[in-house]
Design a protein around this ligand. Structure first.
Ligand code: ADP
Length: 423
């Protein structure tokens, strides 16, 4: 998929998902408001019926004005302005709520109109399974004064939400669909990135292989010239070119193979006791030609630098780091390799004062195929596999790798391994 198309797909996806979520939120809140209004109205009617019955019982006239007032979303007061029999009130409340299928928990209180003090109160639950038996069996009757009563629904929100199961279910389904959608987009992006890195890798590989192969082809074509057989000096030169270029090819193939080996789960390390200092010195020896113009400093201070590991892989690991130190620096760079001990561990530091790595890439460089985008800064070819191999091999050897680097200043790759013997 093209970058532009993908951008449109993403934009459309965001717009449609936002739209669907907003519509769901809008309808959900509308439905909740509706339930809330219905609840308030039902309670109002029930309380009006209760007060009418109390007034009739007391032999009073029923007022024209509604004596029920809603003070907050879950609190109602009812002005009786006369005596209240608590027993009667509780029975009427329970009956009226039940008659209107109000399966709720509620608290009620009887208040004195003069000093606003509560003279009696009780909590009742009409919720299925939690139903409480009315306690008001021998409740007193308040006479000689004017009273009002208040009813509160402490779990009103929860009760309303309980009645909206279908909405909650549809919201949950929507949530899952959105998650699935986001996951699908994530996969598309990941796949795209993967195919891009793969394309880049193939480009790199073709370039890296084509150059030495062409050189070898040209040199061998020259060697076919019968006149050249007598010119030993030229013969030697071309033979040397072929050797160098085939060595380069071998190095590239090894690079790719290194990663393939690690991915092959059957990788078996030939573990033995290896001397880190010996390996470092061997590696440096192998880089002698490439290191000719550079200063290389060895500061090997670890005592008893023996670890349990696979000699070939461990040596490749150090080679990769030194190779990078050379590749990503100019000719007069200083490269230093240090070892020292920290408790029962050996620390190996490979340092260069080359081009360095901006901190935003420090984690990414260890990923497979990852190469720091360089723009015009340098044109070093590679597959982005070396550090991935180094990291995996370090892990397999029970070690850890970290990088400290600053753009333009240089880099330090620090490896820590457990020693074979405690020193
Ligand atoms: P390759 O060198 O083949 O590109 P690596 O996995 O060895 O792959 O390195 C990944 C990237 O990390 C390189 O492309 C380079 O940008 C950066 N890098 C690695 N080592 C160094 C170093 N010593 N100095 C600066 N950049 C480095």
């Amino acid at each position: 998929m093209k970058r532009e198309t993908l951008r449109y797909v993403l934009l459309l996806a965001i717009i449609s998902v936002t739209g669907i979520i907003s519509i769901q939120i809008y309808w959900f809140s509308r439905a909740f408001d509706l339930r809330n209004k219905q609840f308030n109205q039902t309670v109002n009617v029930a309380l009006r019926s209760v007060v009418d019955q109390i007034l009739t019982y007391n032999g009073r006239t029923i007022p024209q004005v509604n004596p029920v007032e809603q003070l907050s979303s879950n609190y109602f007061v009812v002005m009786v302005n006369g005596e209240i029999d608590a027993n009667l009130l509780e029975t009427l409340l329970v009956n009226e709520f039940k008659a209107r299928a109000l399966e709720v928990e509620f608290d009620y209180g009887i208040f004195n109109c003069v000093d606003e003090k509560m003279v009696f109160g009780n909590s009742i639950s009409l919720v299925e399974n939690k139903r409480t038996k009315p306690k008001a069996v021998n409740l007193p009757i308040w006479e000689d004064n004017d009273y009002y009563f208040g009813v509160m629904f402490p779990n009103k929100q929860a009760t309303l939400l309980n009645q909206m199961n279908i909405w909650i279910f549809s919201s949950a389904v929507l949530f899952i669909v959105v998650l699935f959608f986001a996951y699908a987009l994530f996969i598309i992006f990941r796949q795209r990135k993967f195919s891009q890195t793969q394309k880049q890798f193939i480009n790199n590989m073709t370039h890296e292989f084509r150059t030495p192969i062409s050189t070898i082809q040209l040199s061998s074509a020259v060697l076919q010239d019968p006149a050249l057989i007598k010119d030993t000096e030229r013969l030697n030169t071309y033979a040397k070119i072929i050797k160098e270029e085939s060595n380069k090819l071998l190095h590239q193939v090894e690079n790719v193979l290194q990663v393939a080996i690690i991915e092959d789960k059957k990788l078996r390390l030939k573990k033995e006791q290896i001397n880190v200092h010996e390996i470092v010195e061997e590696v440096i020896q192998g880089f002698k030609v490439l290191l000719a113009d550079r200063t290389i400093e060895l500061d090997l201070k670890s005592t008893n630098p023996i670890i349990a590991g696979d000699k070939t892989h461990f040596s490749n690991l150090i080679k990769n780091l030194v190779d990078n130190a050379i590749k990503y620096s100019n000719e007069h760079t200083e490269i230093s390799i240090k070892t020292y001990d920290v408790k029962n561990r050996i620390v190996i530091e490979v340092q260069d004062n080359g081009i360095g790595i901006p901190s935003s890439y420090h984690k990414k460089i260890f990923r497979k195929f990852y190469r720091v985008p360089t723009g015009n800064i340098h044109d070093v070819k590679g597959f982005g596999l070396g550090l991935n191999y180094v990291k995996n091999m370090t892990k397999i050897h029970g070690g850890q790798i970290t990088v400290e680097s600053q753009e333009g200043k240089g880099s330090i790759f620090k490896l820590v391994f457990p020693k074979a013997y405690a020193s």
